[in-house]
Write a protein that binds this ligand. Structure first.
Ligand SMILES: Nc1nc2c(ncn2[C@@H]2O[C@H](COP(=O)(O)OP(=O)(O)OP(=O)(O)O)[C@@H](O)[C@H]2O)c(=O)[nH]1
Ligand SMILES: [Mg+2]
Length: 299
């Protein structure tokens, strides 16, 4: 390739797809260099599509993080999440399927074969490479390479930030040769209000046990901006009465910890002080209320 060909600018969109918990959101954040998409050890943390923009001298990569494929049960919430994945795959130039090193189960295979049928460039990112013994990597890559005609297979560690440049290099040729799609200082398509609700939801996912987070949603009721301070009024919705007391904790201590952690994330992201007030409310069966789920901003 000549020098001139090397410097043609490419820009486009890339969906990060895969089973829950493989590290899609951690990867988005690592690629962008900012924490935008919430992450946790629990599967099905991400509920909404969110874009993260990574700028390099020769390309602009607009990544779309998606919810993990929902297979567990049907609800208005799960349908909305699956619709989000569908929209993402239709909108983008490149599909990146994320799997975990050393694990390629039926859910992964199912996603890979579905994505191979879409007919777009398909790249496999083998994440959590830090978790596998190095001699096991090559046989694993050989095994997964049989599953579809991938355009590239790249081992990475989103957490340790390994292999990320190799991943970008593998994606770049499949992005259209065109100028940047977004201003260089743009980070995401989502509003500060959206990010505030999500940062709060992340703390609930990280703090609470295995059941409560799945019945929790967060909404921003008021978002008052001034140059030095944001005043944010947020609601935490739980779908069962007893969950309210769990979220609040003894003498409100749990809720205080959650709110403080969320506020610190917001201050870091927004670059100013944040005054955060949080209420907990019970809303029975909100996950099956399609009108309400729609109002949360999935599409
Ligand atoms: N060891 C290791 N852990 C990782 C890596 N990347 C992500 N994780 C961890 O894997 C867990 C899931 O990460 P997420 O980024 O939330 O996964 P996700 O695919 O977005 O999950 P859903 O939103 O639920 O679909 C978290 O505990 C991460 O810290 C990695 O490269 N190595
Ligand atoms: Mg996620």
């Amino acid at each position: 390739m000549t020098e001139a060909a090397n410097t043609v600018f490419h820009a486009g969109t890339i969906a990060l797809l895969g089973r829950p918990n493989v590290g899609k959101s951690t990867l988005l954040n690592a690629l962008v260099g900012t924490k935008l998409s919430i992450t946790s050890r629990k599967p099905q943390t991400t509920r909404y599509r969110i874009q993260g923009i990574a700028n390099r001298t020769d390309a602009q990569f607009v990544f779309v993080d998606t919810p993990g494929f929902q297979t567990r049960f049907r609800s208005a919430l799960n349908s909305a999440m699956n619709r989000g994945i569908q929209i993402a795959q239709e909108e983008v130039d490149v599909l990146v399927v994320v799997i975990e090193a050393g694990r390629f189960d039926t859910a992964d295979r199912d996603i890979v074969s579905r994505m191979a049928k879409v007919g777009k460039p398909l790249i496999l990112a083998v994440n959590k490479s830090d978790r596998i013994r190095p001699p096991e990597m090559l046989p694993f890559l050989r095994e997964v390479s049989q599953a579809a005609g991938f355009d590239a297979i790249v081992p990475i560690s989103a957490q340790k930030r390994k292999g990320l440049d190799a991943l970008l290099k593998a994606i770049r040729p499949y992005l259209p040769a065109q100028s940047a799609l977004h201003a260089e200082d743009a980070l995401t398509d989502r509003s500060e209000r959206f990010l505030a609700a999500e940062f709060l939801r992340e703390k609930l996912f990280r703090t609470l046990g295995d059941e409560v987070p799945y019945g929790v949603s967060t909404v921003i009721e008021k978002f008052e901006e001034s140059p030095r301070l944001y005043r944010i009024f947020a609601g935490i919705l739980v779908d069962k009465e007893p969950h309210k007391a769990i979220v609040i904790g003894k003498q409100g201590e749990q809720l205080k910890r959650i709110a403080t952690a969320a506020r610190l994330d917001m201050e870091r992201m927004f670059g100013r002080k944040v005054h955060l007030e949080v209420w907990v409310k019970v809303r029975h069966g909100w996950q099956d209320d399609s009108e309400f789920v729609k109002s949360l901003g999935y599409d």
